[in-house]
Write a protein that binds this ligand. Sequence first.
Ligand SMILES: Nc1ncnc2c1ncn2[C@@H]1O[C@H](COP(=O)(O)OP(=O)(O)OP(=O)(O)O)[C@@H](O)[C@H]1O
Length: 728
Amino acid sequence: MAPVDVPSFAAAQQTLLLAELEAELAETAALVAGHSPAALQRAGLAVTNLVVAGTRTGFGGKTLLELAPDAATSASQTGVGAELPEHGIRTGDIVVVAEQPAGSAKKREVRELERRGTRGVVTRVARGFIAVALDDEGEGGGGGESGGAAAGVGAGRVWLVKLADDVTYKRMNGTMQKLQKMSEAEHSIFIRVLFGQTTPTPVAADADAGAVDWFDPTLNDSQKDAIRFALASREIALIHGPPGTGKTHTLIELILQLVKQNLRVLVCGPSNISVDNIVERLAPHRVPMVRLGHPARLLPSVLNHSLDVLTRTSEAGAIVKDVRADMDAKQASLRKARNSKERRAIYAELKILRKEYRERERRCVSSLVAASKVVLATCHGSGGFQLRGEEFDVVVIDEASQALEAQCWVPLLSAKKAVCAGDHLQLPPTIKSLNSSSSSSASKKKSSNSSTADDAKVKGDAAKQKEAAAGGAGRVSLETTLFDRLLALHGPSIKRMLTTQYRMHEKIMRFPSDELYDSKLVAAEAVKARLLRDLTYPVEANDDTTEPLIFIDTQGGDFPEKDDDDDETAGAAGAAKKTSKSRLLGDSKSNEMEAALVRQHVRRLVESGVRPEDIAVVTPYNAQLATLAPLKDAFPGIELGSVDGFQGREKEAVIVSLVRSNPEGEVGFLGEKRRLNVAMTRPKRSLTVIGDSETVKKGSKFLTRWMSFLEDNADLRYPDVSLLALEA
Ligand SMILES: Nc1ncnc2c1ncn2[C@@H]1O[C@H](COP(=O)(O)OP(=O)(O)OP(=O)(O)O)[C@@H](O)[C@H]1O
């Protein structure tokens, strides 16, 4: 493959990233303008009826607001201890906190919301409260009294609305700008390899087989090979980890080996969860490490390594503590201020204290970071001030196939060598923008990969448009991950694949292994014959619990899909409306009879003794998820999820509802084999597929082969329509 011109690559990335941000901004704007607070809450984009329960000084001297349910509106309990309703706000989300409009006021603009309210980042989500670190108003010289207190957030009722993530965008964009501006002389061998201007330094054949003193001698051979290769490689190594093959397990050993060689390592992942997972598993090995950013889960093992806590508990942190106490006291005195003059005076003092605090903290942070052999952060988090000027011998990126390439470059710019782990045969990151960057964002089409879009044809058009947008830099698209690009550039010699999987029954593994992983997967002895009936608790042995692979074929046209997108609207406004609709579970497909079959099967499993918490139902369509929702009441503990949302997860029994059933053989985004791969590789002991083989077969060659495989190998069942009527 031809080498990539770095400046044009970086320029094309910036264009595409901007289009992506615009698409996200437009989507948020359309949603907020068109829906009531209650509807936004149902869609997972807002939390309503909150009050400020507490204010503290958080990391970076930021004001931390604790938002709890308003006692007046939480039905059962009041005040402290009251629980928040179901919501979709997560740690790391960018939100605005604002006075809640009266129920009827409907039309509102995001900009207006932002002007009146206060922006911040969610730092903690608990049952009874959400903590938000407010943005620094102090620095930008903002107006009025906004010196750190929550402008627009008084003693009254507030709500919180999720905004587009422009912070991550800025980090990625800044990184691409840096890359674009670099002169050729500044390109290290590492950069030249990553853009194909030179080939990776060959790894000596025997280096692969060198003796390593393993921390965990029970690693399997493919894991050991991958680690040896990653240790021996000079610039780049990819660790390809198919489902259940112990990718993270392997990375832990690799990190320990790197530290043993006295190398300095930066470990990143696209999400907080991916990073915390590694922190937790490294912790028992007592490696000097520090986790940057707000820990997503406050597990003690993660918390004890977070920079936030280290600045408080370490020796260096002691000098920061005093100022923090002063600031907390000042914050508290705000409440007692008698008039605006007094308040202004306090704000002014707070501003000075915050500056002082930040300086002391900065010194403390750099001494902590300098002393750490291993630094862990999300990819975009590694672009913070804490790592400015820091250099690392190796950057390790987990779940690299789920990160945007620009995101990976945030840490990669401080690296000499990279090890990326991932599986490019599972889903890449979600992209919202599909048109070229110059078009108006309102006319953006649905993403082929968002969990609600379903039009496979859109994808082909979009790919072409994106290629056009990439201009002179060859084929640059946001959907192409670094992992994909490096494989295409240098071929399989830079990769090692893990081949023993510790999740699935052999029969469940067979099709994905043969189709996608060159038949190389081997089921570990402990899992290859595990059935539901062998669970650690009593389960009756019957057809449903002794057969790992079941296909309930709904062919015949008796179970047609339902199109939830019934009010087609034309033009840009229509498109924007559609986007917002899709987030609110419209514009998708469902299949009620399939839902009834799911219910029937779940009931049979539960009656056989399988616990609902060991069962998950996954489907590619959000409208189908909504149709399935009553299952949660009928079988408390059961999990329902979109395929995209279930990536990275596993369950003892998984039921996949394919939904599509139509005479035309339209399969929408079932046509994406990486999505099907994710769907069929979640179960450990039991996979039940429910779908119309006649329709699905027509979708693609992959689908044709899958259907034939199921017909030949699964326990094939045809539903009894008359019985089903009762279930529905
Ligand atoms: N060499 C091994 N011997 C026994 N069990 C192993 C081995 N390697 C991994 N496992 C087990 O396999 C499971 C999956 O491993 P791990 O959690 O590291 O995978 P992951 O990378 O997080 O997930 P995935 O493999 O799905 O990407 C874990 O339960 C782990 O203990």
